[in-house]
Design a protein around this ligand. Structure first.
Ligand code: 2GW
Ligand code: MN
Length: 296
């Protein structure tokens, strides 16, 4: 019902979902109040999405940052696993941002897939490493991605693909439900509640995880630009949002509702333990060793 209604509302993603027979699931929320689908295992036929995107000629850019110790710690496993599971069958270009291009791992890429690296400076504060991704992503969309790719997906590097992360995830503007918050009451969401920050919000729809976001290159450009502006304004006012870029992403998604939402299958933390609604895991948090990774 939700899907038919949204097709009427001309949300483009939803009319595609209706024509590809996206199903509901009884045990989880599969639709937002603004009629965007929330994608869970069992709702979609992967072949239909793959065939549709192949015939449309969709192509996907993946951005990932591996600066300082995160390069050695995570990049190899991230890229190897994404070769196995991320958008298999579609053209994919990796945009790897690093301060040490000479240390990039040697990865064998499948046909239709290529890798570009972009050299970035290592910010001394880790909060800035994370936040400045918004600026670098918007720059590379403008200079390169928009000429070559239909969609862009932006990832944290400290994760590993373990199952299909496929074309069913593509949409105009895509956000991910944070694994630790999707089943909690809203008052526990860790939005930035400092009125002096541009990321300030009292309440919202969901708590989204900044480890994965995406969409058409146009939408992602608008999002990264707006978040970067918010971050810079905060700096001028000497404030920093509670969860940095993630707080700004949540604020942006409150004001610009995503057209597609990914269930926590798309970025699961096994430390949470068993949950009956998680039938597959597609991307997993990699272990953190903050003591060695975050010390100067
Ligand atoms: C980050 C924190 C402390 C020390 C180092 C770094 C660091 C991050 C780094 O040295 N090099 C680097 O390349 N990064 C990149 O920033 C890398 O891609 C990493 O995945 C990303 C975010 O940092 P991470 O994964 O350590 O932060 P999380 O997992 O706690 O991330 C959530 O919160 C962040 C803001 O605090 C971001 O919003 C992130 O997207 C969220 O998943
Ligand atoms: Mn992370």
């Amino acid at each position: 019902k939700c899907i038919l209604e949204s097709a009427k509302m001309l949300n483009l993603d939803s009319s595609v979902d209706a024509s590809l027979n996206l199903q509901s699931r009884p045990d989880v929320q599969t639709c937002t109040y603004w009629k965007a689908a929330i994608i869970w295992e069992g709702m979609f036929d992967p072949r239909l999405y793959d065939d549709m995107h192949k015939s449309k000629g969709s192509s996907v850019a993946l951005t990932v940052f591996a600066v300082g110790r995160y390069l050695d710690a995570y990049l190899h496993k991230f890229l190897n696993s994404s070769e196995q599971h991320f958008m298999v069958g579609l053209p994919v270009t990796y945009y790897v941002f690093t301060d040490m291009p000479e240390m990039l791992p040697d990865i064998k890429l499948s046909p239709l897939r290529s890798l570009k690296f972009i050299k970035v400076k290592k910010n001394s504060r880790w909060q800035d490493v994370s936040m400045m991704r918004m600026k670098s992503i918007s720059d590379v969309i403008e200079s390169d991605i928009r000429h070559h790719c239909t969609y862009v997906f932006c990832f944290d590097v400290d994760q590993v693909f373990t199952g299909r992360f496929g074309s069913e995830a593509l949409g105009d503007s895509v956000a991910l439900l944070h694994a630790h918050y999707y089943h909690l009451p809203k008052h526990l969401y860790t939005y930035d509640r400092n009125p002096n920050s541009k990321a300030y919000m009292e309440t919202g729809d969901f708590y989204y995880h900044a480890a994965v976001f995406g969409g058409s290159w146009k939408s992602v450009k608008a999002l990264t630009e707006a978040c970067y502006q918010g971050i810079m304004e905060d700096k001028q006012n000497n404030v920093e949002a509670l969860w940095h870029d993630e707080s700004h992403l949540n604020k942006y998604m409150l004001l610009h509702k995503p057209s597609r939402v990914l269930s926590p299958e798309y970025c699961w933390d096994t430390n949470i333990g068993y949950r009956s609604d998680i039938q597959v895991t597609r991307l997993l948090w990699a272990p953190k060793h903050y003591d060695t990774l975050r010390s100067p």
